[in-house]
Write a protein that binds this ligand. Sequence first.
Ligand code: BGC
Length: 416
Amino acid sequence: MKTSHTAAGLVLALGMGAVATTALADDVEVLHWWTSGGEAAALDVLKQDLESQGVGWQDMPVAGGGGEAAMTTLRARVTAGNAPTAVQMLGFDITDWANEGVLGNLDEVAAADNWDDVVPTALQGFAKHEGHWISAPVNVHSTNWVWINKSALDAAGGNAPTTWDELVSVLDAMKANGITPLAHGGQPWQDATVFDAVVLSMGNDFYQKSMIDLDPDALAGEQMIEVFNRMAMLRGYVDENFSGRDWNLASAMVIEGKAGMQMMGDWAKGEFLKAGQKPGEDFVCIRFPGTQGSVTFNSDQFVMFGQGEGNNEAQLKMAAAIMNPVFQSAFNVVKGSVPARTDVSDADFDDCGKKGMKDLAAANSAGSLFGSMAHGHAAPAAIKNAVYDVVTQHFNGELGSEEAAEELANSIEALR
Ligand code: BGC
């Protein structure tokens, strides 16, 4: 039986034992962490698309970049027997929930639209569990980007840095010009996002060994010590108020020209666009120096929690809508990410988006596409959190570089 938005439908739903906050059958209650200006603009594209198809939207935002707070809320909701219908989720968190056996099944819509053929293999690794589709990927983000204020770059000599040494020269020039060279928010996931890029800049093999294989020698070795030395150098270019700052406020510092650059995933582009800025004119997007040709990715996917037989009509509609190629283009143009399908044209994307799509395809064929540690695509949450702890303690000066590398290896080893 299908309930409706009418009072009678509500009474019926409640009579059937549903909790008052549970979405009606033709609504979806969506738990997500898209609360910044750029994120909200992208979310609106999704909301409107669903509403045009008769799927109502109950919003369950949980602020906090990277989604840690959202995942804590989710755990509490599921424990209370009141799971939201659809949840924004990253990588290994999807696998963890699938292992608990509480997710719905999207095979029907996946088969109708051939998801097997169009969703990149790296994403299918998370979106499918034991051969069944359990989530709908809405995008592919990548974390090894730098967003630079164009006038600040011009004033610093005009050349975008391609190596670590060039990066340091540009940061020094920005400092000499009286602005904060590096806009950063001191929150563990943001520290870890920069760390992703610095690790990758030491080479593909090193990223693979340390972040994916979790090899103790790579985690504690000379290259990791150098990574931490570089993190300490970057710490020298942030302003004194960096602690706890939200990532979008760091983006705003670059947008306003108060800071020179931000090292952040391409959701940052959403903030620049929302502020009316244009790539190439107002800001410049480059891969973190030394990581050209390689990509650390994360993909936001919408996971559907099991609603019981016959109650998943809205979820299936939502999943189908998310995977529609026209929607994938419209949404990702605003979000800063690139489509989660290989058959979407780049025609509507700006230069950074076009570059993002090209880089992703090239890295995929060259074997230089890696899951982001900071954003849950390299290792499960327990290991990710151990990385956050060490990286943040080191960034805040509580650990030296050698100690940090050793602590990283030890804490990860203890979890394996
Ligand atoms: C998500 C993005 C989001 C960013 C900041 C990342 O983990 O994948 O969609 O914009 O966090 O909130």
